[in-house]
Design a protein around this ligand. Structure first.
Ligand code: ADP
Ligand code: MG
Length: 406
């Protein structure tokens, strides 16, 4: 049985016209002989009648439990799935609409950000065998008590990949409103280019570091189960971006298959706060141990960690700032806080072992008079912390320096 999973994002299902385009994509696969499972997000974006943010705007979020909030938010995808099925019925196809729970998605009870722990595809398979197109409401599942849970923002991508692995999908197609994954956010860098192929680790890093085109957990899961992912445009017939495994040992022999540039793409995450804790000569390192324990207890996650003998530098999110400051005060530490920072990431699996990439980044930013507050690197990413106000300029400079527009 040839099976395929297609996921359609919010804008793809927001209007009658776009839903007809979605139906075209589904029918095309169906006619090619695939058993098709469709996963949908809620219709539209903030302000649209049943978009997730609109549903959230209807309630006082302080007077509701997380469980009820999930019940409310899960409605958006259910509405979207039923409305889309309408278009397929009209065109004469057999369709079955399933909630996440009915599709067999079992999650833990972490309402609002639940993790999938198992999928029982029996129900989906039953309909596929009857040659029915199955539409599943994305972004949701249920816990072992049968209570509805949601998977966190962008969670329909996760639903799609998880279902893809459960039904042995040939690939998972993620349809959105751009032609694929681009070298930078097209809203900021106008000459950003669509990438034809990327490897899982690059896309994971890109998503993790802020590009919202796909959920990082979905990429991680696709890699784990070795499912090819493809990002395509609902509104065009462009080839899209295909995401596959790359064997690092063969990188140089496979140049023709993947992007030849050292940097594949750049992205950014705003709302970062840099923290610099200084120890006086007579102060004990024990104070830092205590600080770290409290940070862990408070579930504050640290990033870009740089510990020197007399200075401990790291970044946190804006949301954690007040809690961290009260801990620093309690521990009577000297500290400095730099707010409104942005973490820029330059990602490319080919930078491993290539000298001089960081130097090029630093020079490109300095030429634009952008102050670099901190840097860090891994085998496939270089990060620079800068002030938020420099974000657009920095992205433009790096895009140009690495000739990503070509
Ligand atoms: P969907 O509703 O289909 O899930 P999203 O809004 O989650 O769509 O993701 C698609 C959007 O991601 C695009 O419209 C684009 O503005 C944005 N985006 C940010 N960075 C990138 C990038 N590097 N490549 C492509 N799109 C990006
Ligand atoms: Mg999305």
């Amino acid at each position: 049985m040839k099976t395929i999973v297609q996921k359609f994002g919010g804008t793809s299902v927001s209007s009658k016209e776009s839903r007809n385009k979605v139906a075209d994509k589904i029918i095309k696969r169906y006619k090619e002989g695939y058993k098709v499972v469709v996963v949908v997000s809620a219709m539209g974006r903030k302000g649209d009648p049943y978009a997730t943010d609109t549903l959230l705007g209807m309630i006082n979020q302080k007077a509701i439990t997380n469980k009820e909030m999930d019940l409310l938010m899960s409605c958006g995808e259910i509405i979207s799935a039923v409305v889309l099925s309408n278009h397929l019925y009209e065109r004469g196809y057999k369709v079955e609409v399933l909630t996440g729970a009915q599709a067999g998605i079992l999650t833990n009870s972490n309402f609002g950000n639940a993790e999938i722990i198992n999928i029982d595809p029996t129900n989906i398979m039953k309909y596929l065998e009857e040659d029915t197109i199955v539409i599943v409401a994305g972004f949701q599942g249920n816990n072992e008590n049968g209570e509805i849970t949601t998977l966190g923002r962008g969670g329909s991508d996760i639903s799609a990949v998880a279902i893809g692995s459960a039904v042995d999908s040939e690939q998972v197609e993620i349809y959105t409103d751009v032609d694929g994954i681009m070298t930078a956010d097209p809203n900021i860098v106008p000459d950003a280019k669509v990438l034809k192929k990327m490897c899982y680790s690059e896309v994971y890093q890109l998503a993790e570091d802020g590009a919202k085109v796909i959920h990082p957990r979905a990429v991680e899961m696709a890699q784990q189960f070795n499912i090819p992912l493809i990002i395509k445009n609902t509104y065009s017939d462009s080839e899209g971006t295909s995401i596959e495994e790359v064997n690092v040992n063969f990188i140089n022999n496979r140049k023709e298959l993947f992007n030849e540039k050292i940097i594949t793409a750049i992205t950014y995450k705003k709302g970062r706060v840099q923290v610099i804790v200084s120890l006086n000569e007579d102060e004990d390192e024990c104070k830092i141990d205590k600080l770290m324990d409290k940070i862990t207890l408070n579930n504050i996650s640290l990033d870009l960690i740089n510990f020197l003998a007399d200075k401990k530098i790291f970044t946190i999110t804006n949301e954690d700032k007040d809690r961290l400051i009260s801990i620093l005060e309690e521990e009577d530490l000297n500290y400095e806080i730099i707010e409104d920072c942005c973490k820029i990431s330059a990602i490319g699996y080919k930078m491993r072992g290539v000298p001089g990439v960081m130097a090029r980044i630093v020079k490109a930013l300095s030429r634009e008079n952008i102050k670099i507050l901190q840097t860090s690197d891994s085998h496939n990413t270089i990060w620079c912390l800068i002030k938020e106000e420099d974000t657009d300029k920095a992205l433009g400079a790096l895009h140009k320096e690495f000739r990503l527009f070509e």
